[in-house]
Design a protein around this ligand. Structure first.
Ligand code: NAP
Length: 248
């Protein structure tokens, strides 16, 4: 059986990715930092409603903390015996002008968004290599953002973290080839808690730049992650999934 760790999968995009992997037959480690009830409910959904034999566990771990990240991997191995895929999705955002942005808050966003992806990948690496030796096609998919390409007003640390994810992705793709493929997905505006605070005016302005005339859903991103998981000759790539928004 194959298994996946999806970081930050109690809600939003990560939840959609976890469900997609379960529907495709993978055991899933659902990771969260504080939403224990939501993570537990997702485990129940996977084990009772999904029509595959997929099993699931919920693991509380702050991915920015190396000890937590290592425990997340260990608990996944204890439960499933392998880790064949990692989706580094956990992320936080904050809207604040640089003048008002504290170095501590800058670090907090970097810790979760960049260090978190590094930490989980690092501790999963021996198991991903083991999976490759057994004939699997292991992969890591990192969740970046359209803002990695465009930059963003009032969230420079977030945009920098998401650009950092692209550097991490390309570097790890080279480091881990040919055994493990590493790619990134760069979503545009997806309707989750992270974007729920946008005003009607901001939403209208963002929508005007989206040729497909709708915001994304977690399932749209899950579909792209599933493609990268299955794309056996693709590594070091970034897949932009944003309804056709111009990236520049
Ligand atoms: P969300 O709805 O706010 O969910 C964030 C998830 O990350 C939650 O499961 C949260 O767990 C978890 N999390 C936060 N900090 C964590 C930590 N330190 N350790 C482990 N888990 C942590 O966010 P989302 O919109 O689904 O975003 C998911 C990813 O997509 C993020 O990396 C985000 O930057 C990226 N993204 C989102 C959009 C968008 O428009 N929504 C666009 C581009 C990229 P708890 O529930 O326990 O708090």
């Amino acid at each position: 059986m194959a298994s996946v760790i999806v970081t930050g999968s109690s809600r939003g995009i990560g939840r959609g990715v976890a469900l997609r992997f379960a529907r495709d037959g993978y055991d899933v480690a659902v990771n969260y930092v504080q939403s224990a009830d939501a993570a537990g409910a997702l485990v129940d959904t996977i084990e009772t409603d999904v029509e595959t034999d997929a099993e699931a566990i919920a693991v509380q771990a702050d991915v920015g903390d190396p000890e937590d990240a290592e425990r997340l991997v260990d608990e996944t191995i204890d439960a499933f015996g392998d880790v064949t895929h990692v989706v580094n999705n956990a992320g936080i955002d904050q809207h604040v002008y640089t003048e008002d942005l504290s170095p501590k808050d800058f670090d907090r966003v970097m810790d979760t968004n960049v260090n978190g992806a590094f930490n989980v990948t690092k501790f999963a690496l021996p198991y991903l290599r083991e999976a490759a030796e057994s004939g699997a096609d292991p992969s890591v998919t990192n969740v970046s953002s359209i803002l990695a390409h465009t930059g963003a007003p009032i969230e420079c640390h977030y945009a920098a973290s998401k650009a950092g994810i692209l550097g991490l992705t390309k570097s790890h793709a080279k480091d881990f080839a040919p055994e493990i493929r590493v790619n990134a997905v760069a979503p545009g505006h997806v309707e989750t808690d992270m974007t729920a605070d946008r005003s009607e005016e901001e939403r209208a302005e963002e929508m005007a730049g989206i040729p497909l005339e709708r915001f994304g859903q977690p399932e749209d991103i899950a579909q792209a992650v599933a493609y990268l998981r299955d794309a056996t000759w693709v590594t070091g790539e970034t897949l932009n999934v944003n309804g056709g928004e111009l990236v520049r």
